[in-house]
Design a protein around this ligand. Structure first.
Ligand code: AP5
Length: 211
């Protein structure tokens, strides 16, 4: 199954994608995580993406599409995949179609802006594997290290409140129109993402028919 997790920054896309990825044994592809890795390694695409990511703007389509195309060509995507954070613009969605990639379902996590601000102010991320946590809603078992790999937990630079505001504006202006795009194709499913992680997971699995 080829799935897109769609929604504003901090909606819970990464959290739910991780759960579904384990259930279906298919990889999650997060363009945000790939960009952060490229920035850390100072690759050419990382260097060109850095100022956009730091300010909460979208990285130019050609850079993100190039990164994604290479990743989707890898062997582990042959039996399905989850896209987290891609597409974010109509040209990105069209690029997927040009690659002959069939999307089965787009799961749109519906969360208010107020909740987003609260969630992102408490988010922590594993510096090694990128797994997301929340100090209040989804804390790591031992309080300070990643449950999955024991890595150090850090605060993402773009979770600074001013940058969160800018990311939300970018989402409403440039990404939200994609909902109508996928609705018109009959593959958009809206999920209430406002409640606890477990509630959203229940709704997500039901929408995928894998309760
Ligand atoms: P990206 O990394 O994709 O960030 P994002 O879309 O802004 O989403 P987040 O990762 O912040 O949130 P999420 O929805 O995954 O939520 P999470 O599960 O972590 O992109 C970063 C940047 O890269 C962009 O700003 C842009 O510059 C660039 N970029 C990436 N893709 C691009 C593209 N396609 N085109 C152009 N530029 C691109 O949850 C958030 C927090 O809430 C966590 O702490 C979690 O534990 C907690 N939480 C989750 N669910 C719940 C719940 N139900 N209740 C309570 N807490 C919850």
């Amino acid at each position: 199954m080829n799935i897109i997790f769609f929604g504003p920054p901090g909606a819970g896309k990464g959290t739910q994608a991780e759960i579904v990825s384990k259930r279906l044994q298919i990889p999650t592809i997060s363009t945000g995580a790939m960009l952060r890795e490229a920035i850390k390694k100072e690759t050419a695409s990382g260097l060109s993406a850095k100022s956009y990511v730091d300010s909460g703007a979208l990285v130019p389509n050609e850079v993100v599409i190039g990164i994604l195309k290479d990743r989707l060509a890898e062997e582990d995507c042959k039996n399905g995949f989850i896209l987290d954070g891609f597409p974010r613009t109509i040209p990105q969605a069209e690029a997927l179609e040009k690659m002959d990639i069939r999307i089965d379902v787009v799961l749109s996590l519906e969360v208010s802006d107020e909740t987003i601000v609260e969630r992102l102010s408490g988010r922590r991320l594993c510096a090694s594997c990128g797994n997301p946590y929340h100090v209040k809603y989804n804390p790591p078992k031992d309080g300070s290290r990643c449950d999955k790999c024991g890595g150090e937990l850090i605060v993402r630079r773009d979770d600074d409140p001013a940058v969160v505001k800018s990311r939300l504006d970018t989402y409403h202006e440039e990404t939200e129109p994609l909902k109508a795009y996928y609705e018109s194709k009959g593959i958009l499913k809206k999920i209430i993402g406002q409640e606890e992680v477990a509630d959203t997971t229940k709704l997500t699995l039901a929408a995928l028919g894998i309760e």
